[in-house]
Design a protein around this ligand. Structure first.
Ligand code: MG
Length: 351
């Protein structure tokens, strides 16, 4: 393929995708497109544009101050939702590359998957779910953020495939072995969904050891035998196990699925049960979660009564129709804590 014009960089990349990727992969040139059609970029493919838009969004930057298990930790080595997102992207890209899937699409879905997450992780999500009309699920909120709330209501106008991957990345999973492709979903989306579970489980073990809630020796022996003892070792075993069990994708077989070998799935599920009983339901974690639910509920009640006080930025003329649920779920842990202090704790009198 003879290409000399600057204009052709994108076509060259699209051509390389056709040559290199599995027939099961989504080619960027064959995207179902955007809600509002746009001129193609001379350089970037549609999916790499989407990845860049997410990376440059405000919701993405707020992930830095949103946490999952340990709220606003003082220690600098704990994960935040931002580092979690980057870990998911790394794991998902490794798997996508090995299976000859579209890495740009995979990365875009991974970077966007949690942008709608509530403050205080799942405690915040539970509180909002009980309060918001129609409930609250962070994956659906992530879609709302990229579609409606970013860029003062213009949204990011992402491609169908990235939006689909974000919307279906988690559906109240009981086990990592639940079916991984939605009726219309892409394999790239399924890779992100699996990578999300690998990233948070292993990160949470690491952080729980750091927090002194568990010792590495507490991890069930069956899981250690199957997956390895160290953090990197476990991730490596899980990633390799997925690549091995999903190898049909790399070979282009039409019914290939993203899967994990059964013994590894069992070990991963055992690890998940261990984390629930020893960490996620630990009294000291539960105590903080209770406070977080209370903060979110109080803020909700306050702003529901005083909608005119939603930040000016969110009430801009012609901007999106922000709901109280959008406003509170968009808060970081520290923003929510400060708002709570400002509204509900007496201020020292100064004059
Ligand atoms: Mg996640």
């Amino acid at each position: 393929m003879e290409l000399t014009e600057f204009d052709s960089v994108r076509s060259r990349t699209e051509h390389e995708e056709q040559e290199r990727l599995s027939p099961c992969a989504v080619l960027s040139s064959q995207s179902r497109g955007r809600r509002l059609p746009e001129q193609p970029s001379p350089v970037r493919t549609e999916f790499s544009r989407d990845r860049d838009r997410i990376l440059h969004s405000k919701a993405f930057r707020r992930l830095k101050y949103k946490t999952q298990v340990f709220f606003s930790p003082a220690g600098d080595h704990y994960r935040t939702r931002l580092s979690h997102t980057l870990e998911v992207a790394q794991i998902a890209r490794t798997i996508a590359r090995a299976l000859r899937l579209n890495e740009d699409l995979t990365e875009a879905i991974a970077l966007g998957h949690d942008v709608g997450h509530a403050p205080f992780g799942h405690a915040g999500e539970q509180a909002l779910d009980a309060l918001c009309a129609g409930g609250f699920v962070h994956s659906q909120q992530s879609l709302r953020v990229v579609d409606l709330l970013e860029r003062d209501g213009a949204g990011l106008n992402l491609t169908w495939e990235v939006r689909d991957g974000i919307a279906y990345h988690s559906k109240h999973q009981e086990s990592v072995s639940q079916p991984l492709v939605s009726a219309t979903g892409t394999l790239e989306g399924a890779v992100v969904r699996m990578s999300d579970a690998i990233a948070y489980l292993n990160a949470d073990i690491d952080d729980a050891v750091r927090a002194g809630l568990i010792a590495l020796d507490d991890v069930p022996a069956t899981a250690v035998r199957a997956l390895g003892r160290e953090h990197g070792e476990r991730i490596d075993t899980m990633v390799n196990g997925i690549i091995h069990a999903s190898w049909g994708i790399a070979q282009g077989s039409p019914d290939a699925r993203v899967a994990m070998e059964q013994p590894l799935l069992d070990a991963t599920d055992a690890l998940r049960e261990f984390m629930f009983s020893r960490v996620y339901k630990h009294p000291s974690v539960e105590r903080e979660a209770e406070k977080a639910r209370m903060v979110v509920s109080q803020l909700y009640a306050y702003f529901d009564e005083n909608e005119d006080e939603l930040e000016n930025e969110m009430r801009r003329e012609g901007g999106p129709d922000w709901t109280v649920c959008d406003y509170i779920s968009g808060m970081t842990d520290r923003y929510a804590t400060r708002a709570f202090e400002r509204l509900f704790t007496p201020r020292p009198w100064t004059y």
